[in-house]
Ligand binder design. Structure first.
Ligand code: S3P
Length: 431
């Protein structure tokens, strides 16, 4: 399905975005490892999280959902059963990598697969440490490409220094570590999102943090209630819209403000953006607060390797913002973007260029010249949700109509995206 986006004059309003996708995956997976019921409120409506629910059900976990509450009937570390069918992670890298970690702890056979996009994404990064822990894992193409088969059980602890910055890999190892008698340590040079660590601690696991090391020892998890804060990676599209459109003011309530996730807000403020953040509390170990964004004059910024993990999913929207900043923005150390749902460096550069942006690709980043006015065009999202949402916001600031192709991909992380855009004054119809 395509979406037609009309140029917007100004946007305003107060909204709440749905629950954080990363925290939702962890609430479901770690919840199923608890000894008892875990009630989860504000769970993400993302298709990715629905894939996690369906895989966990196939592994024998009872999950019930009403409009306001999802209940995961945790069965403890050893309550899973072998699935009689493949586990389909669909488009979700987090589902596949975290569940490979969980499957490594099970003394039975699991097969994990996904859609065309996921079957092209690198899995050796998660298979390698789990094999070191003793799991029997095979995959296509020299143990890299899904489907992945896992025969787990009898794991031993390891010290693992992460060769790539990846919260998904780190989380898979930490989940498998729960099944080891001794403690397992993961070292990461640049901190990636730490939701798994915070939730393990909240559920009473034996976890210690020091410098860039996380150590987990085999432990049982105790059920407790979870509230999932709003997804900062969804909120950021509305923050960008508020910044880019004259006279706009958008307030987003109850957003997760974990500092391993707020790198894009820091960058926007460094660019001179009119963004106010008010922390309002901590829910199950996760900081929560409100964000207000208003129209701003922007200057270019440099974003290097060390900052990438804290804004890895926000690079497409930051690239769009940079087209409207004075000077040339340089993003480097972001080669990982070539291995996401699509090659996001190539995708965003080629499609923003079609709209009139001056943007160059490097092997691991982008160079974006500002300020270039954008014109409406027919652009391709490559069925990648983050590209579809970025190009839709680009359509709001462009001159003339923009058509975003394969825009239904927004359901992967944010099914309510277009409805919320309409709520604050955007015009975006199905074509
Ligand atoms: C995620 C981690 C990130 C991110 C992805 C979600 C997670 O990937 O890009 O959208 O929930 O752990 P990496 O594992 O590559 O850091």
């Amino acid at each position: 399905m395509n979406r037609k986006i009309q140029p917007a004059a100004k946007l305003s309003g107060t909204i709440e975005v749905p629950g954080d996708k990363s925290i939702s995956h962890r609430a479901l997976i770690l919840g199923s490892l608890c000894e008892g019921d875990v009630p989860i409120s504000n769970l993400s409506s993302a298709a990715d999280c629905a894939a996690t629910v369906s895989c966990l059900r196939n592994l024998g976990i009872n999950i019930t959902a009403t409009k306001d509450m999802t209940i995961v009937r945790g069965k403890g570390l050893h309550g899973f059963k072998e699935s009689s069918d493949i586990l389909d992670a669909q488009n979700s890298g987090t589902t596949m990598r975290l569940l490979t970690g969980l499957a490594a702890g099970q003394p039975f056979y699991s097969v994990l697969t996904g859609d065309n996009s996921l079957r092209r994404r690198p899995m050796k990064r998660v298979i390698a440490p789990l094999r070191q822990m003793g799991a029997h894992i095979l995959a296509r193409n020299n143990n890299n490409d899904p489907p992945i088969t896992v025969l787990g059980g009898n794991l031993c602890s390891i010290y693992y220094s992460m060769p790539v910055a990846s919260a998904q890999v780190k989380s898979a190892v930490l989940i498998a570590a729960l099944y080891c008698a001794d403690s397992t340590t993961v070292f990461e040079e640049f901190p990636t999102r730490d939701h798994t660590e915070r939730m393990l601690d909240y559920f009473g696991a034996d976890i210690t943090l020091s410098q860039n090391e996380i150590t987990v020892a085999g432990s049982d998890l105790k059920p407790r209630e979870i509230f999932v804060p709003g997804d900062i990676s969804s909120a950021v599209y509305f923050v960008a819209a508020g910044i880019l459109l004259p006279d706009s003011r958008i307030e987003i309530k109850n957003v997760g403000l974990n500092e391993t996730r707020t790198g894009a807000l820091d960058v926007l403020m460094e660019m001179g953006a009119n963004v106010e953040i008010a922390k309002t509390g901590i829910r199950n170990g996760e900081p929560v607060g409100d964000i207000i964004a208003g129209y701003s004059r922007l200057r270019a910024v440099q974003i290097g390797l060390e900052r990438i993990p804290s804004l890895v999913d926000e690079i497409p929207i930051l690239a769009l913002v940079a087209t409207q900043a004075e000077g040339t923005t340089v993003i480097s150390g972001a080669g990982e973007l070539r291995f996401k749902e699509s090659d996001r460096l190539a995708g965003i550069a080629s499609q923003l260029r079609l709209m009139g942006a001056s943007i160059r690709e490097s092997p691991d980043g982008l160079e974006i010249d500002g300020k270039f006015p954008l014109s409406g065009a027919a652009v391709e999202s490559f069925a990648d949700h983050r590209l579809a949402m970025t190009l839709s916001i680009a359509g709001l600031i462009a001159d003339g109509e923009t058509v975003v192709r394969n825009a239904e991909s927004v359901t992967i992380s944010f099914p309510e995206f277009y409805d919320m855009l309409k709520l604050i004054g955007g015009i975006c119809e199905n074509q």
